[in-house]
Design a protein around this ligand. Structure first.
Ligand code: NAP
Length: 486
């Protein structure tokens, strides 16, 4: 098993901390790689190196920074299969999806490379004569990027590509479940020509590394994707710095009585059981019109029972393992909660027959929106069927959660579709498509408990990682007072 150091200043370094941890293959529970559990001194060192690298990197013209990202995209392309196999090995998702994870990073790198030639500000007329007004974008400084395990390549790319093209330097803290994916990511970035010190990676417990990053005054922004409790802790403890929080979801699919049920079924299977239900945008509630409820329920159970659990590396598997023992126990716990609350377990509900962290695709029916299984994020392959009388009740039910990331409606009616687009409380709405499938050039993020209003990806990613400077140039040669002089 390969033993890594911390990646600081463009090379692997021996940490001060002697403690280490091992990432596991969730399909086999076999060790994958060994990484340092960084201590406070290690994290402070990484921050100091990122701070020292900032003046030089931020002075490089943005189009040149973009060229490095383009080289990175091409290296990712070259290494796509190798990296995808490591994603499957360490995170568990099936290979087809692991390739998608890497592809999303390629897309993000290519898109943000192009931003190197834009990074647009805007001009506006001044209220005074002989005075110009415009804005420019500037980097923020050292960014702490704290990421989860479920998209171990795509999410770091969503954050790091805009951060770098804007001229920031980075301390990257990947999830302790997927450090090898992160290690390959930073190695490829350096092969692409990122100067030493611009991207630094510290591994170790979020509870130790996280607070040092979040509370350090030299870290000017924290971009975090993960669970709500951690996000709330960061919001309370980051002090006066810019923070981006991408948290959980309890995403609904509404199926109307005029929907194409076969299309809706495909969307529900993909949304609920793709990535073993471990996507922030996973469809965990399916809200079905009473006229088609019984038919759809039957169709879903038949189809869910056919899904094949297995190692993501096997071409015969549809659904891979959960990430770890804790996730397995959480799914088991929520099955018992659902049964106790009176929901009907139609299929699944048990761990798989394999030695890894497998859990069967699970369908609950007869679910009421007040039940915990319909309100709390489970992050496993468990979907709840809820019956409603009409669109108004469907939308009310969909909105009756603390989260608001992604929502979908299946209908052939344009009026249903537009009402849903208007009234669903979520950052992303799909019509006749599942709740998952974000594209990198469009904003990503949610409302209510899903985040703090920051959006990632596309131009919003540039907004997240740049400061706006407003410039006034007075060429009148005299004192002109805004709001006072005519
Ligand atoms: P998590 O436990 O919050 O971990 C996320 C990251 O935060 C990890 O790197 C973790 O390190 C670190 N961390 C833990 N405690 C910390 C602290 N006190 N301060 C700073 N960082 C800390 O979340 P997860 O279980 O990995 O990810 C699943 C969650 O992410 C779900 O809730 C899902 O909905 C959400 N998610 C949201 C989006 C979105 O865009 N909205 C996308 C994907 C996932 P360790 O690994 O060392 O604990």
């Amino acid at each position: 098993m390969k033993k890594f150091g911390l990646f600081i200043g463009g090379k692997w370094v021996v940490p001060d901390s002697k403690a280490r941890f091992i990432s596991l293959n969730p399909a086999t529970k076999k060790p994958v790689a060994s990484f340092p559990s960084a201590n406070e001194k290690d994290v402070l060192y990484a921050i100091s190196i990122a701070k020292a690298a900032f003046p030089k990197w931020s002075a490089i013209p943005a189009p040149k920074r973009g060229e490095v990202l383009l080289r990175f995209a091409s290296l990712l392309r070259k290494n796509k299969e190798r990296l995808a196999r490591v994603v499957t090995q360490e995170m568990g998702k099936v290979l087809l999806e692991a390739r998608g994870d890497v592809q999303e990073a390629i897309d993000a790198a290519e898109y943000m490379a192009g931003e190197g030639r834009r990074l647009f500000g805007y001009t506006a007329p001044s209220e005074l004569p002989n005075k110009a007004a415009f804005t420019v974008r500037e980097p923020i400084g050292v960014c702490a990027l704290i990421t989860p395990w479920n998209f171990p390549v795509a999410i770091p790319a969503w954050k790091m590509m805009p951060a770098l093209v804007c001229g920031n330097t980075v301390v990257f803290k990947p999830s302790s479940d997927t450090p090898l994916c992160a290690a390959m990511f930073v190695e490829l970035l350096h092969e692409a020509g990122i100067p030493g010190g611009v991207v630094n990676m510290v591994t170790g417990s979020g509870g130790i590394v996280g607070p040092v990053l979040v509370q350090n005054p030299d870290v000017r922004t924290v971009s975090f994707t993960g669970n709500r409790e951690t996000g709330e802790w960061i919001a309370k403890n980051a002090g006066v710095k810019k923070i981006g929080l991408e948290l959980g979801g309890k995403n609904p699919i509404i199926i109307m009585d005029d929907a194409d049920l076969h299309l809706a079924l495909e969307g529900v299977l993909w949304g609920a059981f793709g990535t073993t239900g471990q996507r922030c945008t996973a469809a965990s509630r399916v809200i079905v019109h009473e006229k088609v409820f019984a038919e759809f329920e039957k169709m879903l159970v038949v189809a869910a029972k056919k899904l094949r659990l297995g190692s993501g590396a096997s071409s015969s598997a549809d659904v891979g393992p959960l990430i770890n023992q804790k996730a397995l126990e959480k799914s088991q716990y929520f099955v018992s909660v659902g049964i106790k609350e009176g929901a009907r377990l139609l299929c699944g509900g048990k761990r798989g027959p394999h030695s890894g962290f497998f859990f069967e695709p699970t369908v609950f029916s007869g679910v009421a929106q007040k039940m915990r299984v319909a309100r709390e994020e489970i992050f496993g392959p468990i979907v709840c069927l809820i019956k409603v009388k009409n669109l108004a009740e469907a939308i009310k039910t969909a909105n009756d959660v603390d989260y608001g990331l992604s929502a979908s409606i299946y209908t052939k009616g344009i009026s249903n579709a537009f009402k849903a687009i208007e009234q669903l409380e979520s950052g992303i709405v799909y019509v006749n498509a599942s709740t998952i499938g974000a594209e990198v050039h469009l904003p990503f993020g949610g409302v209510k408990g899903t985040g703090n209003g920051v959006r990632e990806a596309g131009i919003e990613g540039i907004n997240e990682f740049s400061e706006t400077k407003t410039v006034y140039i007075d060429y009148s040669g005299k004192l002109q007072r805004a709001q006072i002089d005519d």
